[in-house]
Design a protein around this ligand. Sequence first.
Ligand code: TPP
Ligand code: MG
Length: 367
Amino acid sequence: MGWTLTLCTTYDSTSVRDETRWENIRAPNSESKTKEFRLQGRTCMYRKIRCAMQELIDHYRTMLVIRFFEEEVEDLFSQGVVKGTTHPAIGQEAVAVGACAALRPGDYVTSTHRGHGHFLARGGDPKRIMAELFGKQSGYSGGRGGSQFMADFSLGFLGGNGITGGSIPVATGAALSAKLQASEQIALCFFGDGAANQGTFHESLNLVAIWKLPVVYVCENNMYAMSMPVGDAFAVTDIADRAAGYGFPGVVVDGNDPIAVQRAVETAAERARQGEGATLIECKTYRLSGHSRGDQRHYRTREEEARARAADPILRLREMLSADGTLSDEDDVSLKDEARRVVSDAVTFAQESEYPDPTTLEKGVFA
Ligand SMILES: Cc1ncc(C[n+]2csc(CCOP(=O)(O)OP(=O)(O)O)c2C)c(N)n1
Ligand SMILES: [Mg+2]
């Protein structure tokens, strides 16, 4: 097996850096060297990581499936085929793929309103996710949930959530159950920058901290909460700094680098499994698409978007794999064909599936 080299920078949250000196990463199929340096008055980690090429190709493949899936869903919504609303995670694929790659099969994942990528990265079936978007019986929620309300407990995927920050306390409960059963499971909790300003965030982080629950918080800082830029919503530069207020580590990673995300989650997951409690990982990324369908994006410039597109995680990974000689142009074409086929098969499955029987309308209605 060949090896390739990637570089990650991880910033320790200032006030807890002494107790959060991270060990060299000991993932089974990687080697790393860690060096400390000072940047803007804080101690930072600089990691050179050698990864198995296959691991990167797998990440690239999954990121492509997510990208094409989301693009297809946007198209289907504009055609009126899929109804309701949807929040595409275009540009954020590296967070979902890197984070889920660090998990074990029994671990829990809680997601957000922007959760198709999380679900696909966790092993969700693209056909059943698409069928749910079509409102079909074969969808994950029998066609009753739609974009934000799908789950698969057999994958530990506890579902998306239409309430900003709503899944953060769900992760607390999942982690509490894991701790009470001493099961070594952890709960990985995805949420956005906007959710970090919800009360549930602060209440959950405090409870998790005092009970030392096994949670890995993955904050997808995509720079906006709807039209609100993070610079106007936070008095701190890094959301990760908030972890210090609860007494556990907070780190910032490049959310457009799946390996940086994966290694940070692996380290945090290990910490959680050993009973040392939670970690808050802030993944700096960018939402390349609008907040949801119909968003005209008046709150930001096309120049800013062009700069963000130049850092597109899929392009970056592709360039890295090509420069390294790992991925030829032909390989790239065939991986993209394969990913497009996964998505078109999902659409066909959804189209051919039946709508739920109207006589079951009240099934699942509790109040
Ligand atoms: C409690 C609550 N308040 C407001 C909303 C409306 N809303 C939907 S998405 C969203 C922004 C969330 O921003 P962020 O957490 O950064 O996630 P992103 O959309 O950027 O992925 C808001 C305010 C909501 N769904 N729930
Ligand atoms: Mg956001």
